[in-house]
Design a protein around this ligand. Structure first.
Ligand code: ATP
Ligand code: MG
Ligand code: FE
Length: 338
């Protein structure tokens, strides 16, 4: 099957055409870094307006790049949440309009499922169940992925997401926006053991995450150490937390592989440390290529392909959801946050 995917939940507008046998026929993407940079973070209203301007042209460009028409597409997948609601609505409404005009089925995709299934797009051998460390701008979770639409959340953050911690630290250190890549670059010239920083929750028996205290300590030490050393030490502390927490989770599950996805999975120190952890446990390690870690529409098209193959399509009145947990049971048991 051929799936058109649309993404607009944060500050990337994107369209892609992906087949169920994992061929990426086209992927187009428009970032908005320049528009948000003066504010040091994503401004929802500016993001939504930018999505309105570029979404339809990106779909047109993707169809042209793939050399196909809408009539040849089997289903239209669009992110329906979670994310900034104004942006989510642009992609979802575009998807509904295209489905309505073409008579093709709509697949409403959870953006987190897009991140979570993306490793199966890049690696055809990745089988369920796998342990997923989902590290992105808004989330930091460990999930046992048992199948399409079947997620068991083992852990989440009690305060900031991993990507959020990178972004806030970058701002504190004057490294600019977006923060993750800026911290990684600055860290290359620094000593990861130069600045003593806390590793929140490391050693605790539950595999949850916490990054707020780490960020506050960087704030206290900013100006007292070279920026490169602060960046490198912060990155090392995050890596140590991710590895320790994932190691605890591995005590309670028997996955086929250890998988990392989401924007922070583009970080080479994070990837390297998790690869070693997987090797330590005799597990396969799978991480998507860097471009597939940060927001894109290929992962949405792919999640759409997996759902379409499972017969999971959605009616045209499907809602846009600013909050949409992958494992609603976990949210019910623990309440918001943890
Ligand atoms: P979510 O997916 O939770 O809704 P999002 O879509 O905004 O949030 P992603 O696009 O998946 O998040 O990831 C963006 C985040 O990844 C940002 O916080 C960014 O700083 C971080 N990030 C991107 N590249 C790197 C990197 N090389 N090192 C560390 N962090 C990175
Ligand atoms: Mg972004
Ligand atoms: Fe994302």
């Amino acid at each position: 099957a051929l799936i058109l995917g649309l993404e607009s939940s944060c500050d990337e507008t994107a369209a892609a055409l992906v087949t169920s046998d994992r061929r990426i026929l086209a992927h187009t993407l428009a970032g908005q870094e320049a528009a948000h940079r003066p504010y040091g973070g994503v401004v929802p209203e500016i993001a939504a307006r930018a999505h309105v301007e570029v979404m339809a042209p990106l779909v047109e460009a993707a169809l042209a790049e793939a050399g196909v028409t809408l009539a040849e597409v089997d289903a239209i997948a669009a992110t329906a949440g979670p994310g900034l609601i104004g942006g989510v609505m642009v992609g979802l409404v575009t998807g509904k309009a295209l489905a309505l005009a073409s008579g093709k089925p709509l697949v409403a995709v959870n953006h987190l499922e897009g991140h979570g299934l993306s490793p199966r797009l890049s690696d055809p051998d990745l089988a369920f169940p796998y342990l997923l460390l989902l590290v992105s701008g808004g989330h930091c979770q460990l999930l046992l992925v048992e199948g399409v639409g079947r997620y068991r959340r083992l852990a989440t953050t009690i305060d900031d997401a991993a990507g959020e911690a990178f972004d806030k630290t970058a701002k504190l250190l004057g490294l600019g926006f977006p923060g993750g890549p800026a911290v990684e670059k600055a860290a290359m010239a620094g000593d990861p053991h130069a600045v003593p920083l806390p590793r929140p929750l490391v050693g605790s028996g539950e595999p949850h995450f916490s990054f707020a205290g780490l960020k506050s300590d960087v704030a206290r030490k900013a100006g007292k150490f070279p920026v490169a050393d602060l960046a490198a030490s912060f990155q090392q502390a995050v890596v140590d937390c991710l590895v320790d927490r994932t190691r605890i989770a591995l005590r309670s599950v028997r996955p086929t592989a250890l998988v990392v996805a989401g924007g922070v999975a583009a970080n080479k120190a994070v990837r390297g440390a998790l690869e070693s952890l997987a090797a330590e446990h005799g597990l396969r390690f799978v991480a998507p290529p860097l471009w597939l870690c940060t927001d894109n529409a290929a992962m949405i098209a792919w999640a759409g392909a997996e759902r379409f193959a499972a017969g999971l399509t959605d009616p045209l009145d499907v809602p846009a959801r600013p909050r949409w947990p992958l494992d609603p049971d976990a949210e019910k048991v623990r309440g918001a946050g943890v």
